[in-house]
Design a protein around this ligand. Structure first.
Ligand SMILES: [Zn+2]
Length: 75
């Protein structure tokens, strides 16, 4: 397990995170994203492969043009 880079005191643990991105007044919320989470400060770390899927999914959601759209992580 790795130490948290943000608070430098917590040890991150595997968990689930919610990813939120806002652009041009549109908000995409993606839930249930596998992540390493710091119990100390709440910082979330995504694996590179997860981040790739996550950003692609966020792009597709933002392209819909909804004001707010909530989705589950689609691995
Ligand atoms: Zn931390």
């Amino acid at each position: 397990m790795m130490h948290c880079f943000a608070c430098k005191s917590g040890t991150v643990k595997p968990g689930r995170a919610t990813y939120v991105v806002e652009r041009d007044g549109h908000v995409a919320v993606i839930r249930d994203v596998p992540a390493d989470v710091c119990p100390q400060c709440g910082e979330e770390y995504f694996a590179a492969a997860t981040a790739q899927v996550l950003y692609d999914q966020a792009e597709r959601i933002l392209a819909h043009g909804s004001e707010v759209e909530i989705a589950k992580f689609a691995a």
